[in-house]
Design a protein around this ligand. Structure first.
Ligand code: GLA
Length: 520
């Protein structure tokens, strides 16, 4: 019976498949579910500095612990940077691909070889990335992959890489971007299959934001995970210079495609220039704008030179801003104020356990100009909140301070210096929900906070195997305001209304959540 029905359907299915554009199926293979984070050699080390010695120095620097804003000692790897990626000039020789042979590395730059390098990086806990080009030679005129996609994909996988950036110089014979990138993307998948390798592999398309049928945002997710939307970035705030664009221009071009971004498929406004000559203020705004855009975060600075007090480190390791970039909902921020010329505000809706009653929204307000501007008003319509009376807490992600727990209807930011930004997190939690910000899951089941009478609240947290500590939003422990009863905690009248942070340590794990107690 089923067979007969299927038989009738075959011709119809055949027509549907024929009418479909060539590349219709998104990869969605589990790689790059959040924007990739790591380091790439190009922006600082360039062609000449692409070497084993520099890669190892970068790895060492990324493992070095520094004291972060929260007083905790963390390395760049600890805050999420896990890829170390070679860019152009690792290849041996100049010109075309060796005839019918595999690509070779430049042994003077990589004396121990690339398999040794990937192995060393893996042992240190990193993942390793490599570069090639869809044309016959790379942008620095080294041998590259046109006509050898499957062979080179196999070579890269065998060498132990699990990230590939595929550039767009010297592409000949009328190859279109969907054709060229599909060959390489599928070459990687096939190579991994043949070798029985199960780990994820990130494929990064680098065709500089071509348009028409070659627009990477229209086909990139069928074969890869991220795609450059623009020409090469330059370490300058505004203006443009030949094919090089600056932070403002690159950001605005990339912004045009915001609706195409999502888990496993990212617009790439090019690698970071933080620490390469921008002022500290510009560097912070550049970084925060990339994070509100859910952009890949590939550091491109002299990482080995970073020290504890370096503002570049502070910016790159701002875990609260990184969390905006890495949010699992994967939205790219959209503009709600301005037109890309003087002051703009971008809004990124974040993952919450329940987006209808619990909302978390990141906002980045940027001052593109060279003069300070006054505070900017963000309305509830701007953050997508329907109810004008809903109360939000607002946290400053640059200074790590809570600005208010009771904003309603709108919030006006502080003034913004030249080239500066205000990056804020707006959170609305209804009474009764305690969220673990790591898993974005409600910790409690059912009611958590109830008002008994007056200012007395009960906090329903299982006491059996939990050690509950309660902090106010300034981080001060206020556990003594809560009296344990048989099954739950009771807040006595000394506790004022407001939002509380509750930490629950159970089975050596730490859960943390916020719970508001609103005046009624
Ligand atoms: C192109 C790319 C850059 C870099 C260089 C290397 O310009 O867009 O990101 O990879 O090639 O030659």
């Amino acid at each position: 019976m089923v067979h007969t029905i299927l038989k009738k359907l075959y011709p119809v299915l055949g027509c549907v498949l024929l009418l479909m554009p060539t590349f219709v199926f998104a990869l969605q293979d589990g790689a790059a579910r959040t924007p990739p984070m790591g380091f790439n050699t190009w922006n600082y080390f360039g062609c000449d500095g692409c070497s084993q010695a520099n890669m190892l120095a970068v790895a060492k620097a990324m493992l070095k612990k520094h004291t972060g804003w929260d007083g905790q000692s963390k390395s760049l790897m600890d805050v999420g940077y896990k890829f170390i990626n070679l860019d152009d000039c690792w290849e041996n020789g100049i010109g075309a691909h060796p005839n019918n042979d595999t690509l070779k590395w430049d042994a003077s730059r990589f004396p121990k070889g690339l398999p040794w390098l990937t192995d060393t990086l893996h042992k240190l806990g990193f993942q390793a990335g490599i570069y090639t080009c869809a044309g016959s030679s790379t942008c620095a005129n080294r041998p590259s992959s046109q006509g050898y996609e499957a062979k080179d994909a196999m070579t890269f996988v065998k060498w132990g890489f699990n990230y590939l950036k595929d550039d767009w110089c010297s592409v000949s014979n009328g190859a279109t971007a969907p054709q060229a990138y599909s060959k390489m993307g599928h070459g990687i998948v096939d190579a991994q299959k043949q070798l029985g390798i199960k780990s994820t592999f990130v494929f990064s398309l680098c065709s500089w934001g071509q348009t028409g049928n070659d627009s990477p945002w229209l086909f990139g997710d069928t074969c890869g995970h991220l795609w450059r939307t623009t020409g090469d970035i330059k370490a300058a705030w505004s203006g443009s210079d030949g094919s090089c664009k600056c932070v403002q221009g690159i950001f605005l071009s990339n912004y045009n495609h915001y609706q195409y971004a999502g888990p496993g498929k990212w617009n790439d406004p090019d690698m970071l220039e933080v620490g390469n000559g921008l002022t500290d203020q510009q560097g912070q705004s550049h970084f925060n704008l990339w994070c509100i855009s859910a952009a890949p975060l590939l550091m491109g600075n002299n990482t080995p030179a970073l020290n504890d007090v370096d503002p570049t480190f502070t910016t790159l390791a701002n875990t609260e801003v990184i969390a905006v970039d890495q949010d699992s909902l994967g939205k790219q921020g959209h503009r709600v104020l301005g037109n890309g010329s003087s002051v703009d505000a971008y809004v990124k809706v974040m993952k919450t356990p329940d987006t209808t009653t619990v909302r978390k929204v990141a906002v980045c307000v940027v001052n593109w100009g060279s003069g300070a501007v006054g505070g900017q008003t963000i309305t509830w319509a701007n953050i997508g909140e329907n109810s004008a009376t809903k109360v939000y807490s607002v946290r400053d992600l640059n200074t790590h301070k809570n600005l208010t727990t009771s904003a309603a209807g709108s919030y006006t930011t502080a003034g913004i210096p030249a080239y500066g930004n205000q990056t804020l997190l707006f959170t609305n939690y209804p009474v009764g929900v305690l969220e673990n910000p790591v898993t974005n899951k409600a910790i409690n089941t059912g009611k958590l906070l109830t008002r008994v009478n007056g200012n007395v609240f009960e906090l329903f947290v299982p006491r059996a195997n939990s050690n509950v500590r309660i902090f106010n939003l300034s981080g001060k422990e206020i556990s003594s305001c809560f009296a344990p009863t048989a099954n739950w905690y009771r807040i006595n009248s000394r506790a004022s209304t407001g939002t509380y942070i509750v930490r629950i340590n159970s089975d050596n794990s730490v859960l943390e959540g916020k719970a508001p107690m609103l005046a009624q």
